[in-house]
Design a protein around this ligand. Structure first.
Ligand SMILES: Nc1ncnc2c1ncn2[C@@H]1O[C@H](COP(=O)(O)OP(=O)(O)OP(=O)(O)O)[C@@H](O)[C@H]1O
Ligand SMILES: [Mg+2]
Length: 214
């Protein structure tokens, strides 16, 4: 099962969500491989910082047209491939969409991010010429339901063709700190972050179950 985490906007939480999802899945004893498609190699660096005492997560870097081949290869030995997407406007964006069984589209609750979505959906439409359906779900990151604008963006996303995950992630320092230590929030000392990431993982696993049952 391949989960692509993609959005052509930079800094929306692609890497954070890819790594944290991988950590939760690894704690549930799934074998997980992150494919880092970003030339900045944030997930490769995260892997270098990760202690060998923590559940093992494979991280590989693929920034070229070898993506689909790599997904096939690493799927043979892993339950989940998680693609950490890149904001670069190159062919790899379409390749990520095509290689994914499920797409997660992280979004910040900002009007500007909402407008740049059309870049992503141009790629998505392009990919749909090669595949009938590609399930895609927005996930709101750094979301605060007490802020009116955040709730408005939530409402706008709920009206789009792509789905919207029930779980939202709050802005929490732990996401930054855990990343530096090669960890996920699930492995850190913030129970609320741990809970929301576990909720997110459960929701993604339900989607996976629905897809595999079809
Ligand atoms: N929920 C959150 N709370 C606090 N900080 C966060 C949260 N999500 C992401 N961040 C921080 O925001 C910054 C950008 O996040 P991240 O690197 O995951 O985005 P990205 O979409 O992968 O960016 P890029 O497009 O550059 O690859 C990072 O410093 C990350 O630690
Ligand atoms: Mg990133």
């Amino acid at each position: 099962m391949t989960i692509g985490v993609s959005n052509l906007k930079g800094g929306v939480g692609k890497t954070t969500i890819a790594q944290n999802l991988a950590v939760c899945l690894a704690h549930l004893e799934y074998k997980v491989c992150i494919i880092d498609t970003d030339t900045n190699q944030n997930s490769m660096e995260w892997f270098d910082a990760r202690s060998e005492d923590l559940p093992e997560i494979m991280v590989v870097s693929v920034t070229d047209k070898g993506l689909s081949k790599s997904v096939k290869k690493f799927s043979e030995t892993n339950d989940f491939i998680i693609i950490d997407g890149t904001p670069s406007l190159t062919d790899i964006a379409t390749r990520i969409i095509l290689a994914s069984d499920i797409l997660l589209i992280p979004m910040l609750p900002s009007a500007h991010d909402f407008r740049t979505l059309k870049l992503f959906f141009a790629r998505y439409e392009q990919a749909l010429e090669f595949r009938d359906t590609i399930p895609a779900y927005f996930i709101l990151n750094q979301y605060n339901d007490r802020v009116k604008l955040d709730r408005e963006i939530h409402g706008l996303l709920a009206e789009q063709d792509a789905g919207l995950l029930k779980t939202t992630l709050k802005k929490r320092v732990v996401y930054k700190s855990a990343a530096v230590d090669g960890m996920g929030a699930y492995e850190y000392d913030d129970p609320k972050a741990k809970k929301e990431m576990f909720e997110l993982t459960k929701e993604v696993l339900e989607l996976v179950e629905n897809i595999t049952a079809q």
